[in-house]
Design a protein around this ligand. Structure first.
Ligand code: CAA
Ligand code: NAD
Length: 295
């Protein structure tokens, strides 16, 4: 299998924009594909701001920033992914949408292109089985915020060839990340443990255990977590968290993974966290305050 030179990132939201940034920073020619110009612009603006901040902090020079941005090719056209050696999918957490995308990519991309998904909770086996290249399909699960978090879960399913797995693992290392090898168990390592914790926090609030800021404060100051569970939920996106719980509950039929009623209502009401300005907290001002939905 040839060396990776050109990477395609599909979806330029919270995760895709971060993944595209670290790929371009690591020297890869990076095509970032979105479906909507405003969302693409938002993703590229976020990347540019991150790089400008790194220049201001003298972590990189202006010439480095310009070179990184020069390697980044934002596009609305799927056709621009045709020559990529590796495609990393980071679109919504929905099986049908991902299947549809990989099916289109299968017709478009080189036979040697390796496909990967950043899915949080969908089965890599099921995604791979819907493509024309189940042997060249891996999970590459990054963590939010991608430019900061060192971990990547590299997921191998029954059909993944050893060659593809090694290529993906080495690719994650080439980004300066620290990979771990995972089997295709829904939620892999981190979400299998993290998701029930976040859902338990919501259930604790529903049971009247303490206020949202106090539960957050408890976990920050009592356990040293950088963010409390509600701040983290808003950061991940309550839409994404809701989809993840649905998928994990469907897989395990274990009540630990079931969405608490409050999460479902917040998802339905469009309180998706930071990305929509309101979730458990309201982000309208500099200091977040508890949002009207849960006051
Ligand atoms: N994008 C890029 N860089 C960012 C950033 C972002 N969104 N947020 C912070 N940073 C950078 C800052 O620029 C700063 O960089 P320097 O060290 O170079 O100055 C550094 O991160 C630290 O930032 P701050 O001092 O402003 O803030 P902090 O110390 O509070 O750290 C944080 C911010 C790293 C986000 C920290 O709060 C944290 O680790 N939070 C928990 C994140 C977490 O648990 N992520 C996993 C989510 S679950 C998941 O991803 C899996 C899934 O499938 C759902
Ligand atoms: P997001 O909603 O911020 O971004 C998804 C983007 O994909 C949207 O901008 C949407 O317009 C775009 N999109 C949808 N269909 C597309 C297509 N066919 N082609 C190109 N773009 C398309 O979501 P996110 O938080 O970035 O999550 C993306 C994926 O990463 C999901 O599978 C999620 O489970 C996973 N993930 C999320 C986190 C997190 O903390 N949010 C962490 C790790 C993994």
């Amino acid at each position: 299998m040839s060396e990776i030179q050109k990477v395609g990132v599909v979806g330029c939201g919270l995760m895709g924009s971060g993944i595209a940034q670290v790929c371009a920073q690591a020297g890869y020619d990076t095509v970032a594909r979105e479906v909507d110009q405003a969302l693409l612009d938002r993703g590229v603006t976020g990347i540019t701001k991150n790089l400008d901040r790194a220049v201001a902090k003298e972590k990189i020079g202006e010439a480095d920033r310009d070179a990184i941005l020069g390697r980044l090719h934002p596009t609305l056209s799927l056709d621009d992914l045709a020559e990529c050696d590796l495609v990393i999918e980071a679109i919504v957490e929905n099986l049908g949408a991902k299947h549809e995308l990989f099916s289109a990519l299968g017709e478009l991309c080189k036979a040697t292109t390796v496909f990967s998904s950043n899915t949080s909770s969908l089965s890599i086996t099921e995604l791979a089985a819907g493509t024309d290249r189940p042997d060249r399909f891996v999970g590459l699960h990054f963590f939010n915020p991608v430019p900061v978090m060192p971990l990547v879960e590299v997921v191998r399913c029954g059909s993944t060839s050893e060659e593809s797995f090694r290529l993906a693992y080495a690719f994650a290392e080439s980004l300066g990340k620290q990979p771990i090898a995972c089997g295709d168990n829904t939620g892999f390592v981190v979400n299998r443990l993290l998701v029930p914790y976040m859902l338990d926090a919501i259930r604790a609030y529903e049971a009247g255990v303490a206020s949202i800021p106090d539960i957050d404060k408890g976990m920050r100051l009592g356990c040293g977590y950088p963010m409390g569970p509600f701040t983290l939920g808003d950061f991940v996106g309550l839409d994404t968290l809701y989809h993840i719980t649905d998928i994990m509950y469907d897989e395990y039929r274990d009540a630990r993974f079931a969405s608490p009623p409050l999460l479902r209502r917040m998802f339905l009401a469009g309180y998706h966290g930071r990305k929509t300005g309101k979730g458990f907290y309201d982000y309208s001002d500099d200091e977040p305050v508890v949002s009207d939905f849960v006051k």
